[in-house]
Design a protein around this ligand. Sequence first.
Ligand SMILES: C[S@@+](CC[C@H](N)C(=O)[O-])C[C@H]1O[C@@H](n2cnc3c(N)ncnc32)[C@H](O)[C@@H]1O
Length: 269
Amino acid sequence: MAKIKLKEGTIFNGDVLKVLSEKISPYTADLIFTSPPYNIGKDYGVYKDNLGFDTFFGWMREVLKGVSEKLKGLGFMVLNIPESVTVKGMKIPFAFEIQKILERFGELEYYGKIIWKKGVFSRAFVTEVDMKITSPPLYETFEVLLVYRKKPSSRNRALKCRQIEYSEFLTYANPVWEVTPDITRRYYHPAPFPLELPQRVIRHFTVKGETVLDPFMGIGTTLLAALIEGRKFIGIELNPVYVEHFLIDYETFKKHMTLKKSNLTLHHI
Ligand SMILES: C[S@@+](CC[C@H](N)C(=O)[O-])C[C@H]1O[C@@H](n2cnc3c(N)ncnc32)[C@H](O)[C@@H]1O
């Protein structure tokens, strides 16, 4: 396991369960934002994304338990996941299964759900055009962001006022978010989310100086958003190649941020 210390945060290149149990203290994060593997056979290089679903959800339970222990009281955990996945013709209600796990923890309370409307219809959704009335297709042109909040504990976040304008706050408070996926970065990773997604989550759920933890950081989109938004970050990733890509982006962003302070997106670099 490698630990990389940067000015604004720390990256761990290693297995999520090992890092969570050995390297990160409880009550460290104000926000957890992540997108876990979906167990649909994506090629992440060093990780097998095709476990049996019982094994997969058992592992997710361990990860979510470990990660929620790192959250301060009143901190938020926001999970970007699919509503459902279809594997070998079988539809799995993914978000429902994750909610069943989280509801049993006790120290987290359900806060709400954001629909991430991807604003695109891809032919990739069309696996079979079935005209029979008994099986009309429902294409998932959206994903969800499950929002849970940690109950008050001995170590709560400091209460501070939000730092965004009322109009921006209203956009985020309406929980259907239209954010276009960023296909340009799929060259480096099979499933990065667009920078705007973590930027919105970070701006809505935290204030400057707070700490954001992404236990499945991939190429570090959440961490770049945290950097831009003046938050601290902690990231965990198994694949060293993704960590290297993040470190290159990190340096580029830092350089551009000193030149141009506002409205930075990945398209500006
Ligand atoms: C859906 S991707 C996250 C993508 C990320 N949001 C981004 O924008 O780049 C999930 C990530 O989890 C990583 N991963 C899978 N198993 C892991 C494990 N046991 N420990 C740490 N990371 C793991 C994969 O390598 C993959 O990069």
